[in-house]
Design a binder for this molecule. Structure first.
Ligand SMILES: [Fe+2]
Ligand SMILES: [Fe+2]
Length: 232
């Protein structure tokens, strides 16, 4: 995953951000509600869960990247690496999808769900990001916390022998530069690490916007110091 010029502090895998205000609580509540829906629908079908939810996970980075791009054009303002970071997140999530589609094929109902979810979620997230970018980043931060939990559960099922552990798809071996004898278990660990990175990045973006509520903006003020330190 490329975090470019804005690398947040790397938090432990089990890190959880405690909601601190109304914006956080809205994002947190929405996440928990959607988690119940996902748990009820997918139960222990982790491969199918990964395929369907990764189609959704790849949307926010593209929306955030696009809106920050347009804002940068309108304001003649440097983006401090936000656009590239967000578009990289979208690409990384799309690669998760390309990987898991080699592991589990969605059934016809899931295909319909994917189409409907994209139509609803893209538009809803676009509006949320347009009017409340901080809440949008916090929401993604919480989504990613749940993604870490789900992939940890997926891993536990593989380790317990309840799910098969086939050789890793060729595409995944190339993308994460895994050993040639890597298995699905190695892929799940790599994906989980990516999700933790998205979590930290989006929470850090939310914090940055929290410090500049009047600037409103999808972009940090390029003239001011930021906790989002340049990546090494
Ligand atoms: Fe993902
Ligand atoms: Fe993610």
């Amino acid at each position: 995953m490329t975090l470019d010029r804005t690398a947040p502090k790397v938090m432990p895998l089990e890190y959880r951000h405690a909601p601190s205000d109304l914006s956080d609580r809205v994002a947190y509540g929405l996440t928990k509600m959607l988690r119940i829906f996902a748990d009820t629908f997918f139960r222990k079908r982790y491969g199918h869960r990964a395929v369907v939810l990764e189609t959704v996970a790849a949307v926010p980075g593209m929306v955030g990247g696009m809106l920050n791009h347009l804002k940068s054009l309108r304001r003649f303002q440097d983006d401090r690496g936000w656009i590239h970071t967000l578009l990289s997140e979208a690409e990384n999530e799309r690669m998760h999808l390309m990987t898991f589609i080699a592991v589990a094929k969605p059934n016809w109902f899931e295909r319909i769900l994917i189409i409907l979810a994209q139509g609803v979620f893209f538009n809803a997230f676009f509006l949320l990001y347009l009017f409340a970018p901080r809440t949008a980043h916090r929401l993604v931060g919480y989504f990613e916390e749940e993604a870490v939990v789900s992939y940890t559960q997926y891993l536990a099922q593989i380790d317990a022998g309840h799910l098969p552990n086939p050789p890793a798809p060729e595409l995944a071996i190339d993308y994460w530069k895994l050993p040639s004898d890597a298995t699905l278990r190695d892929v799940v660990i790599a994906v989980r690490q990516d999700e933790a990175g998205h979590r930290d990045m989006n929470h850090a973006f939310a914090e940055e916007l929290c410090r500049r509520p009047k600037d409103g903006a999808q972009l940090a003020d390029p003239g001011k110091e930021s906790d989002l330190a340049p990546a090494a």
